[in-house]
Design a protein around this ligand. Structure first.
Ligand code: NAD
Length: 355
């Protein structure tokens, strides 16, 4: 067997758990160190996955300095992505980076430039591209079953981030569009070779203008209409006003048919429970009465295959495919910056790179 990829995991909370689940299901990698400023979280994550032979750190720089690893997996709050990514790349490591690549286009560009200068790879963690139902839907579209694709409507929505860092623009880079809408944005960009031509957007605007979360600096509702070079249009949305569990929903409309994907509410189990089911689906507020408990949520949302794919790329020393490279994370942030500009100025924006 080829040697195991050694991983330093930065962060030990929600998304680190999603990634750890992926590492726990493969023989091809080993998490050798975990760094989080909370030692309790590191211990609890390691305990959940029964790993004992790892080194715990609380300081990112020290972890990067001392850890002998091939891959640094960044599951930190958005505002720390740039600093951690640049430090890791400078040390000659490949990185996996959670979305968004950074909080600003400038920081994302810095990460991409550093990787290019050091000859290293950025694996941009867009899990939608690995969700089995989305992959199956794309294969149906590409076989021509719904004719020529004309229009896509896609959204990720839930009732608000659990992370304290999602409340401030300086920490997060914005609100629901950068945090949730980035999934449908990155998905569509990857399908259309990043060739968007124009967009127009609205958001709730943040703070007192928000629909629910008046204390949150970023918007709690956002939507964007975007057109691509081949004429396909899309309506892409991210919001924090959705009760009842996370929605990841995509609708495809073609000249000869249509196709609908729902990643969260279409499991084979229906359960009626008066005491409540321990876990239903991500961000579900209720667990009693009729629910549709997820079967293997992390797999169906794409995280398991995502980790396996990035490990393979790292071990073969190759770049990821479109949608999953550092340059794609950068492009998603450029689009999001245009979305915020469009919403603020109330105008349509054309892609400056396709004029
Ligand atoms: N792909 C997805 O579906 C998905 C889902 C959730 C989160 N994410 C992304 O994952 C990243 C992390 O999100 P999360 O929900 O796990 O956040 P979180 O707030 O739950 O966890 C962040 C962790 O980072 C640690 N941390 C903060 N500052 C630190 C520092 N200076 N040094 C060391 N550790 C520090 C915190 O203690 C915490 O454990 C974000 O970029 C987020 O956008 C992606």
């Amino acid at each position: 067997m080829t040697k195991k990829i050694k991983v330093l995991l930065l962060g030990a909370s929600f998304s680190a758990d999603l990634h750890m689940d992926g590492y726990s299901r493969t023989e091809k990698a080993k998490v050798v160190a975990i760094c989080d400023k909370s030692t309790d979280r590191v211990k609890s994550l390691a305990k959940d996955y029964s790993i004992t032979d790892y080194i715990a750190y609380t300081d990112i720089e020290e972890a990067l300095e001392k850890t002998d690893c091939d891959l640094v997996d960044i599951c930190l709050p958005n505002f720390l992505h740039c600093e951690a990514a640049v430090l890791a790349l400078e040390k000659g490591k490949d990185i996996i980076c959670e979305k968004p690549l950074a909080t600003t286009v400038e920081d994302a560009q810095k990460i991409v430039d550093t990787a290019a200068r050091k000859g290293r790879h950025i694996y941009y963690a867009e899990d939608w591209l690995f969700a089995p139902a989305i992959r199956r839907a794309l294969s149906i579209v590409s076989e021509g079953a719904i004719g020529k694709l004309l229009y896509v409507r896609a959204r990720e929505c839930h009732s608000g981030s659990h992370s304290p860092f999602a409340q401030k623009i300086a920490y997060c880079g914005g609100g629901s569009m950068i945090h949730l809408g980035i999934h449908p944005i990155s998905f569509m960009l990857s399908q259309k070779n990043n060739e968007w031509t124009e967009l127009v957007a609205m958001t709730s605007g943040g703070e007192k203008n928000n629909l629910i979360y008046k204390e949150m600096e970023g918007e709690d509702w956002s939507a964007c209409l975007i057109r691509f070079r081949d004429g396909t249009s899309a309506l892409l949305e991210g919001n924090y006003i959705t009760k009842g569990g996370m929605e990841d929903i995509l609708d495809f409309y073609g000249t000869e048919g249509c196709l609908h994907v729902d990643l969260n509410f279409t499991g084979p189990i229906s359960c009626f429970s008066m005491p409540g089911v321990n876990y239903v689906i991500e961000k579900a507020e209720m667990n009693t009465g009729w629910t549709r408990p997820a079967v293997d949520e992390k797999y169906h949302l794409g995280y398991v295959d995502e980790i396996e794919y990035f490990i393979d790329c790292c071990s073969e020393g190759k770049d990821a495919r479109i949608g999953l490279r550092g340059s794609d994370g950068l492009e998603a942030l450029k689009v999001i910056a245009c979305i915020y500009q469009s919403a603020k100025e109330g105008k349509k924006i054309s892609n400056p790179e396709l004029q």
